[in-house]
Design a protein around this ligand. Structure first.
Ligand code: DON
Length: 573
């Protein structure tokens, strides 16, 4: 029987082919990075859509209302725990829709004749973009699992683009910062300000060209972006400014279903992002190494009590010790698995990690050779977590890399292009914008995917979803997800406490530097400085979106650091 459910305030209805049976009400939840994506997610779930339907609708809405990071000109990863329909059992899946290097890219693309990195070339302007993957990713996810019509899921995004949305303080401030930041960094004039200088706090912001682009994608499907008018406009923009992406690049682009990386930890399964992300491997390494050294940590905490050292000091140092090993592995081994062999199984094996933790020092800093490093900048990506009433879950992180990506808007199509090429190792040992280095495994090659830290993660316990978690934050994504999982499972925090808690981060380089957010107590800082650490507040350390299901109770929380909205509510089973 045909059901028509009102999805959108404008009177647009969904046609749902469903049974007449009365649906039981069951708990659904989301943690979304802004109010608009939250509203749309709830509407889709209440209209009988599943977690993937909600993710598709929210993914397109964020491309409009969260233009710093929500996108159709970027890429990302989706970790799923999903059943095709009500009667089959859900299973872990992973969709890689990361950008790829254009065919014209080559190893020394961003080096000058003297072999020095050309500043900002991989970050700003027409040569900084990888071939976008977002539309293909959302399209493939919908084709496999979607239950509501694609064209109708795009209606809310089209509406916000055409009729406007109210700009938040955070978005307005980031836009001002970004315009100043790009002002002198591109050799070609950029059109960012032409499109986005009207982002003013509290004012409505409309994007008519983007509305038309979304309308074409809604009508013609995901392929439109790669073969239709949108593709034509994108390539025209590139050709006008010596950009790299060609029509053939767009034709060749494919999103890929990959095996998620799965680690067993404390009676749970940690399901997370495999290469070309470093996130899943790194998070599983951190959790397992911590478990292997739990006895030593307990002893150190006991001893700390006697010596007057706080738990925070001991744990921060302990995490730094684990993290420097993990980031060293990342720099050496991790890259696109279609180009380099990444020893994932070995890297997360108990044998390897037992050997790796042997050199961890509980009360002093273990030494590492100094390598050249970069600086931290304001990063921007966005993550959302959704669980529907059937227990399907989507953990999705996608990005333009930096806020607003490369600063290039595709004229006539109204969307921003990514600057993901900076995630490649532009030169061995030279750090990217997030201060992380790489070597051969992550060097540039045509059609290769650049290494990522994005870590959309799902934790399963007894075959059901216990946690859906992820965050933006560049290289700090890994340590934020790690600490959030530990906060829930080991520290017994509520979802909100777990995402708000202080996070600390160490990534091997800069040497002995620990960053943190929010402010650490003075005594903690002094004690860590005495050990030899340098400390720096990172004004931005992620925006975790978390759902927790424990002992039959569901809770959801959005990070205080962002403008997210989360909710648990009754929906139709
Ligand atoms: O893929 C990566 O690891 C980065 N491009 C992510 C960038 C990011 O998280 C910026 N965010 N806040």
């Amino acid at each position: 029987m045909l059901k028509r459910v009102m999805l959108w305030g404008l009177g647009i209805t969904f046609s749902l082919l469903g049974s007449t049976a009365v649906w039981a009400e069951k708990t659904a939840a989301f943690a979304m990075p802004d109010e608009y994506s939250a509203k749309v997610t709830k509407q889709v779930l209440l209209a009988g859509g599943n977690a993937v339907d909600a993710a598709v609708a929210a993914g397109f809405v964020l491309a409009v209302t969260y233009p710093e990071a929500g996108n159709i000109g970027g890429g990302g990863f989706m970790t799923l725990f999903h059943a095709k329909d009500h009667n089959s059992t859900a299973k872990p899946l992973f969709l890689d829709y990361r950008e790829k290097a254009p065919q014209a890219a080559f190893k020394t693309l961003y080096l000058d004749k003297e072999n020095n990195v050309i500043p900002y070339r991989s970050l700003v302007g027409y040569q900084a973009s990888g071939v976008p993957g977002t539309v293909m990713g959302l399209w493939l996810a919908h084709q496999r699992f979607g239950s509501l019509p694609w064209s109708e899921l795009l209606v809310p995004a089209i509406d916000y683009a055409r009729n406007g949305f109210v700009v938040s303080k955070q978005l307005a401030q980031t836009a001002v910062w970004y315009q100043k930041w790009i002002a002198d960094k591109s050799k070609d004039p950029l059109n960012f300000s032409h499109y986005f200088s009207a982002l003013k706090e509290g004012k409505s912001f409309k994007q008519p060209e983007l509305a038309k682009t979304l309308q074409r994608i809604a009508k013609e499907g995901g392929e439109e972006f790669y073969r239709g008018e949108t593709a034509r406009l994108l390539v025209k923009e590139m050709q006008r400014h010596n950009g790299l992406i060609t029509l053939d690049d767009l034709h060749q682009y494919q999103a890929v279903w990959r095996e998620a990386v799965i680690g067993e930890w404390k009676g749970r399964q940690i399901i997370s992002a495999p290469p070309p992300s470093s996130g899943g491997v790194a998070i599983i390494q951190l959790l397992k190494m911590k478990a292997l050294l739990q006895g030593e940590l307990d002893e150190a905490l006991q001893k700390g009590k006697q010596d007057g050292l706080s738990e925070q000091v001991i744990k921060t140092h302990f995490y730094a010790e684990l993290e420097k090993r993990v980031y060293a592995d990342r720099a050496f081994y991790l890259g696109d698995p279609d180009f380099v062999k990444v020893p994932v199984k070995q890297l997360i094996s108990d044998d390897y990690l037992k050997q790796r933790v042997q050199s961890v020092l509980m009360d002093e800093i273990s030494d590492f050779e100094q390598i050249q490093y970069g600086k931290f900048e304001t990063p921007e990506t966005t993550h959302f977590s959704i669980m529907d009433a059937q227990g399907n879950a989507v953990s999705n992180t996608y990005t333009l890399n930096m806020p607003f990506g490369s600063g290039v808007v595709v004229s006539g199509a109204g969307f921003l292009m990514n600057n993901e090429m900076d995630d490649f190792s532009t030169k061995p040992g030279v750090a990217n914008i997030f201060g992380v280095v790489g070597g051969k495994a992550n060097e540039i090659a045509p059609e290769k995917r650049m290494l990522s830290s994005m870590s959309p993660t799902i934790v399963l316990k007894d075959g059901a979803v216990e946690m859906v978690v992820g965050t933006p934050g560049g290289s700090t994504i890994i340590t934020s997800v790690f600490q959030t999982i530990v906060n829930v499972v080991e520290e017994g925090m509520t979802a909100q406490q777990a995402v708000n808690a202080t996070r600390v981060h160490h990534q091997l380089l800069p040497k002995d530097l620990i960053t943190y957010n929010p402010e650490l107590p003075e005594e903690t800082k002094e004690a860590l400085q005495l050990m030899g650490y340098q400390l720096k507040k990172n004004n931005y350390m992620g925006d975790v979106q978390l759902i927790v299901q424990q002992r039959g109770q569901v809770s959801a929380a959005s990070d205080v650091r962002g403008r997210g909205v989360s909710e648990v509510f009754l929906s139709k089973d």
